[in-house]
Design a protein around this ligand. Structure first.
Ligand code: ATP
Ligand code: MG
Length: 437
């Protein structure tokens, strides 16, 4: 058969719908499994949408096609023409009985077989991302991104494009990636927040999706050195309003996934019905209440200690819905947060923790509007005021109450897909030990 590039080829999913039963169908994809029993070859072909069995019989297909099928291996790319038949033993209940079969790109013996070490799978990441689990994760992420984008659009947010090369640290200056920038140094962005804050004076409500870079030196299953940060900033919004935006947004993202990717969720062992139930309002618990609860549970924490993975796990293990932890002690958070008028030891901020022990997925706060406080805190942490002059300027010309947050896409994907490690929430993970492939 001639190699056909054509839109009339059906996706595996369309073929598996059974509408074409008894009719001619065309499939193209990659060989997922193949075995031969003499005069009949069973190949399972996958494309992005699923897998389907193809039977290639000697005498039914031209001899060269049979020979091609007999000598081809997994991951070779193929095109098949045939008739759709029911077969309850085949995955999905249908098979294609080939009348022609062609190998488009042969495959050398595939380096990934069953039961491989984590290291090998990471070395072979460029090939491992073909796995059905990885494909499902990428599709879940795709739907969540679309759900978020639609939600922002429907709620009058402007999508903006902040820089990645910056001169300031928005989070923790110890995790900055420094970059030689002509005759001086610059940094890779840790957060777009300061730029988004500048943009609310014209656009009111803005959001952006950018990579954030953090030189995380510890190996944890929830830190990458490069992750996709979905950030928003809005004028006239206080900390409570900020949490409302977060719960609405996260719920919209979940609806989008459940609507579009329930088969993928099931393939990953997740129950779409459990995610579908998640809706606003989310529970709110103060940091102080969280500390009390942790102490009651026997954790070794004191007021003022940070909530790490262990504590967040303890707080959310038995929960089915996300929970906000509000009003953290100032020492634990960056300088730009708004002081809590009800307890000056704390900020008007929130971290959103995912249920089932997954922990932090969003960090957000109302922003400080008092320049004197900002300057004092910057001095306290030894930052040069020159670098932040433009940020300080924002409060001089028509300052407004405003709030915003950053949602780590891979953290949310890790939770939604039930992944053990965040590296599986991104096709090419960047960690302290790895930049290859
Ligand atoms: P953590 O305490 O877990 O390190 P953080 O307080 O540093 O998080 P923020 O600075 O508030 O996080 O960043 C906003 C969001 O970005 C976080 O809620 C999280 O979802 C995500 N995030 C932060 N650091 C990372 C990272 N290294 N890898 C992946 N996602 C991250
Ligand atoms: Mg951090």
């Amino acid at each position: 058969m001639v190699w056909v590039f054509s839109i009339w080829m059906q996706s595996v999913k369309q073929v598996l719908s059974g509408e074409m039963l008894g009719k001619p169908v065309n499939v193209r994809g990659w060989v997922y499994r193949i075995r031969s029993s003499g005069s009949i070859i069973f190949a399972v072909v996958r494309d992005s949408s699923g897998i389907i069995q193809v039977t290639i019989k000697k005498g039914v297909v031209p001899e060269p096609d049979f020979e091609a099928a007999a000598s081809t291996g997994i991951e070779s790319s193929v095109t098949v023409e045939g008739t759709l038949a029911e077969d309850e033993r085949a995955p999905g209940g249908y098979e294609v009985r080939a009348i022609s079969f062609a190998v488009v790109g042969p495959s050398e013996p595939f380096p990934i077989t069953e039961y491989q070490s984590t290291e090998l799978l990471l070395d072979q990441r460029h090939l491992w991302i073909r796995s059905r689990e990885q494909t499902a994760v990428m599709k879940v992420k795709d739907s969540m991104l679309r759900g978020a984008r639609n939600w922002f659009h429907e709620n009058d947010y402007v999508e903006v494009t902040p820089p990645i090369i910056t001169g300031v640290s928005a989070e923790d200056s110890t995790t900055l990636f420094q970059l030689k920038y002509f005759d001086r140094f610059a940094y890779l962005s840790q957060s777009a927040q300061f730029y988004l804050e500048s943009l609310i004076y014209s656009c009111d409500r803005v959001w952006s999706l950018t990579p954030s870079f953090r030189a995380e030196k510890s190996k944890t299953p929830r830190h990458l050195t490069e992750f996709w940060n979905l950030e928003m900033e809005a004028a006239w919004v206080d900390n409570e309003g900020n949490m409302k935006v977060q719960e609405e947004l996260v719920s919209a993202m979940l609806r989008s996934v459940v609507e579009e990717r329930s088969p993928e969720l099931r393939l990953l062992g997740r129950d779409p019905a459990a995610l579908e139930k998640i809706a606003p309002p989310f529970e709110r618990m103060s940091y102080s209440e969280a500390m009390d609860e942790l102490q009651e549970k026997g954790c070794d924490v004191l007021w003022g200690s940070d909530l790490g993975a262990v504590e967040e796990r303890e707080l959310t293990m038995d929960k089915e819905h996300p929970v906000f932890i509000v009003n953290y002690p100032k020492e634990l958070k960056p300088f730009y947060m708004k002081e809590n008028p009800e307890d000056a030891r704390t900020y008007k901020n929130s971290d959103l923790l995912a249920p089932e022990g997954y922990g932090e997925i969003i960090g957000g706060s109302e922003r400080e509007t008092d320049n004197a406080l900002i300057i004092e805190r910057l001095k306290d942490v030894g930052e040069s005021l020159d670098k932040y002059q433009w940020y300080i300027d924002l409060r001089k010309y028509g300052s407004v109450p405003h709030s915003g947050f950053g949602l780590g896409m891979e953290r949310v994907v890790k939770w939604v897909c039930g992944l053990e490690h965040i590296r599986d929430a991104i096709p090419f993970p960047r960690t302290i030990a790895r930049v290859y492939p």
